[in-house]
Design a protein around this ligand. Structure first.
Ligand SMILES: [Zn+2]
Length: 282
């Protein structure tokens, strides 16, 4: 995250699914944290499993599914994650519901290979169908507010400069190492513009079929307002695992995010309280 000179427009940044390799210390610390959580959870999981076996015939599943989706919304939109101890991480007190209000018009800064262009069209169409928001590729001559850059680090830097971003070594190195990356600018709960960098499939460290699709859906998730990552693999927004498609949970969270019933730039508590009244996908 960074704040520009005026202090009003905040850019949320992400280096995508293919994150920059952390320092060895951080990687080990992360692994230890996961191991501890796993050990911690085993006892609770066994007891929970036994209780669930007893309760399942009684039909508690619907509530659980709604709860899980609200938790996913909390994690992806507000960055509040469940801890291993059954609590929640602390919410940023300043955080507000943040989404697009103006039509989103994307363009490729330079024409990409045919399959990537087709993928761009497909992902925008999916997001339009899920959210009901007006988003599409910009028509010729139409002004775009989302720039998509494919596989050209120098072009990414030029595009960012043209959009008024402060360039740091980080952006250029992410691109050079083949990491997907995005940034968006928002103020008063409204996302105004964004840049998405899609690494060339050939230079991605984790190259496999669908890597570009996973990358684009993840970064476009950020652009739409899923500002945070999923700690677990239920979502394309999981930082470690690259799912190729939006999951049922992603779709629910995005549909809720763009529901007109949510208070514009509402605080977390207000928004979560309203979610309970909104329709749940079947
Ligand atoms: Zn990300």
């Amino acid at each position: 995250m960074s704040v520009n000179k005026s202090g009003t427009v905040i850019a949320a940044q992400c280096n995508g699914i293919y994150h920059k390799p952390d320092c060895l210390f951080c990687v080990i610390a992360q692994m230890l944290k996961k191991a501890m959580r796993w050990i911690d959870l085993r006892g609770a999981a066994l007891i929970g499993g036994m209780i669930a076996t007893l309760l399942l015939p009684g039909g508690c599943q619907t509530t659980n599914s709604a709860d899980r989706k609200v938790s996913a919304f909390d994690e992806l939109v507000f960055g509040v994650t469940e801890t291993g101890e059954g609590g929640l991480t602390e919410a940023d007190p300043g955080i507000r519901l943040t989404r697009w209000r103006v039509p989103l018009r994307a363009h490729f800064a330079q024409p990409p290979p045919g399959p990537v262009a087709a993928l761009g069209d497909a992902v925008l169409a999916e997001l339009a169908a899920i959210t009901g928001h007006d988003l599409a590729m910009a028509a010729p001559g139409e002004r775009a507010n989302v720039a998509l850059v494919y596989g050209d680090a120098a072009l990414l830097v030029r595009t960012l400069k043209a959009m008024g971003a402060r360039i740091e070594g980080y952006e250029a190195s992410s691109a050079a190492y083949g990491f997907c990356w995005s940034t968006h600018w928002h103020a008063a709960g409204e996302i105004r513009r964004a840049v998405v960098y899609i690494a060339d499939a050939d230079v991605m460290p984790d190259e496999k079929p669908g890597a570009v699709a996973a990358c684009l859906r993840h970064e476009m998730g950020h652009v739409m307002g899923l500002r945070f990552h999923a700690e677990r693999s239920y979502s394309v927004m999981a930082a470690q695992r690259s799912l190729r498609d939006y999951t049922a949970t992603d779709r629910q969270v995005l549909r809720w995010l763009y529901h007109p019933g949510l208070p514009a730039s509402g605080a977390r508590d207000q928004v979560l309280a309203r979610l309970r009244d909104l329709p749940l996908d079947p």
